[in-house]
Design a protein around this ligand. Structure first.
Ligand code: MG
Length: 168
C-alpha cells in the first residue's frame, strides 16, 4: 500500500475542539477572555478558560498541529494561572508559521450559568483579536443542558468549537 503524500495546501481545513472545566469556589470567572464577576471560577492549571481552550484545540486541530496539552503542559509551572487568550494567540502563531491563516471560528458554551448572551460581543472581540480575524468572523453561542447531567447540576462548563483555516 502506498501512503499518499500530504496534499497541496489549496483547500480550507476544519478543526474541532472540546474542553470542560469544573467550578470551584471564588471568582472571578475567566471565560472567553473575560473576567466575569462570579462567586465561582473554573478550576484548572491555567486560568481555566474553557472557551479559549476549545478554540485553541480547534485551530491546532485544523492544522494537525497537535493539541493545547502538548503545547502548554499542565505540569509546567510556567503555565500555572496562565492567560489562555495569550496561549490561543501563540497557537495561532504556530498555525501561521505552518502556512495557514484562521478564517472563522464558531463556539458553543454549554452551561446553566453564566448566561452567555450579555457577554457574547465582548467574547467575540477578545477571541477575534487572538485569532487575528474580525469579530464578525467569530461566533459565540450559549446553551443550557436543560438541567441534565453534570452540566445541568451546575458542576462545570463544557465548550465545543470549530475553526476554519485557509492557506496564507
Ligand atoms: Mg482546559
Amino acid at each position: 500500500m502506498t501512503i499518499p503524500a500530504a496534499g497541496p495546501r489549496r483547500w480550507p481545513r476544519i478543526g474541532v475542539g472540546y474542553d470542560s472545566h469544573r467550578f470551584a469556589p471564588g471568582g472571578p470567572l475567566v471565560l472567553g477572555g473575560l473576567h466575569l464577576e462570579s462567586d465561582v471560577h473554573l478550576f484548572g492549571h491555567s486560568d481555566g478558560d474553557a472557551v479559549a481552550h476549545a478554540v485553541t484545540d480547534a485551530v491546532l486541530g485544523a492544522a494537525a498541529l497537535g493539541d493545547i496539552g502538548a503545547l502548554f503542559a499542565d505540569t509546567d509551572p510556567a503555565n500555572a494561572g496562565r492567560d489562555s487568550i495569550e496561549m490561543l494567540a501563540r497557537a495561532v502563531a504556530r498555525v501561521h508559521a505552518a502556512g495557514w491563516t484562521v478564517h472563522q471560528a464558531d463556539v458553543i458554551v454549554l452551561a446553566e450559568t453564566p448566561r452567555i448572551t450579555p457577554h457574547r460581543e465582548a467574547m467575540r472581540r477578545r477571541l477575534a483579536q487572538a485569532l487575528a480575524v474580525a469579530p464578525e468572523d467569530v461566533s459565540v453561542k450559549g446553551k443550557t443542558n436543560e438541567g441534565m447531567g453534570w452540566i445541568g447540576r451546575g458542576e462545570g462548563i463544557a465548550c465545543v468549537a470549530t475553526a476554519l483555516i485557509v492557506p496564507r
